[in-house]
Design a protein around this ligand. Structure first.
Ligand code: SF4
Ligand code: SF4
Length: 225
């Protein structure tokens, strides 16, 4: 617990996001998540301000995941605190420490992560399936028909595919992988979902090979010219 708290406290953003706390509750009054969940940004800030290590750890089990990261709290706090920014730090630390709460919360986003990394698109038509959106109720039946036909009916340029929303070039894809690797996104993914990480790594290796073949072909072409 102490190690987790130290990682939060030593984050380079921490002192910028927390300047003191009046316990006034303005952040909670304007927080959309506080209206729907047992969650209060004021409470989180108070726990951090009073360095209550045990309760900070408890809050990381569930409460911090209710935040929508809208940053309304940061715009309203008279102390210029950013409760949402502090929660972002706590979430990153919980991932770094492989906390079960982080794994549970992030698991449903595995499909989106796979799609994003393999195609450069966050969402594509073929992901909108009744099994994946039970919360849509009967409305989901409206997209259960022939997706390809529905897609063709859209008048804008859609690549006529259901697997992606737009095309991302090989060069851009490889650059994105490099950014994700260098900024620690891939390390975080490995901690929260080892299987998904393996699938994505294989995919990245293949794309990098394709890219180096393409570069080689370009060089050969130049020599021939
Ligand atoms: S974080 Fe800011 S708005 Fe929230 S209770 Fe503390 S002083 Fe008030
Ligand atoms: S960033 Fe989080 S804590 Fe702040 S107002 Fe938005 S939902 Fe609430």
């Amino acid at each position: 617990m102490q190690e987790i708290y130290d990682d939060i406290r030593n984050d380079f953003r921490y002192d910028h996001e927390l300047n003191g706390c009046l316990n006034c509750g303005v952040c909670t009054a304007t927080c959309p998540a506080a209206h729907f969940y047992d969650f209060s940004p004021r409470e989180i800030v108070q726990l951090l301000w009073t360095e209550n290590v045990e309760q900070i750890y408890d809050a990381m089990q569930e409460k911090i995941w209710a935040c929508a990261q809208c940053m309304t709290c940061a715009a309203r706090c008279p102390f210029k605190n950013s409760p949402g920014g502090l929660i972002a730090i706590m979430r990153e630390v919980s991932i770094k420490h492989g906390m079960q709460s982080a794994k549970d919360v992030l698991r449903p986003f595995g499909r989106v992560m796979l799609k994003l990394i393999t195609t450069g698109n966050q969402l594509s038509p073929d992901m909108i399936q009744p099994d994946h959106f039970p919360d849509w109720g009967p409305n989901i039946q409206k997209v259960e028909g022939d997706l390809k036909v529905l897609r063709k009916a859209i008048p804008v340029r859609t690549l006529q595919t259901t697997e992606t929303a737009w095309e991302v070039s090989l060069k851009t894809s490889v650059e994105m992988y490099t950014i994700w690797e260098m900024t620690g996104v891939m390390d975080a993914l490995q901690i929260v979902d080892e299987n998904l990480f393996d699938v994505i790594e294989d995919f990245i290796d293949e794309k990098r090979e394709d890219y180096s073949d393409w570069l080689e072909a370009q060089e050969d072409q130049k020599k021939d010219d």
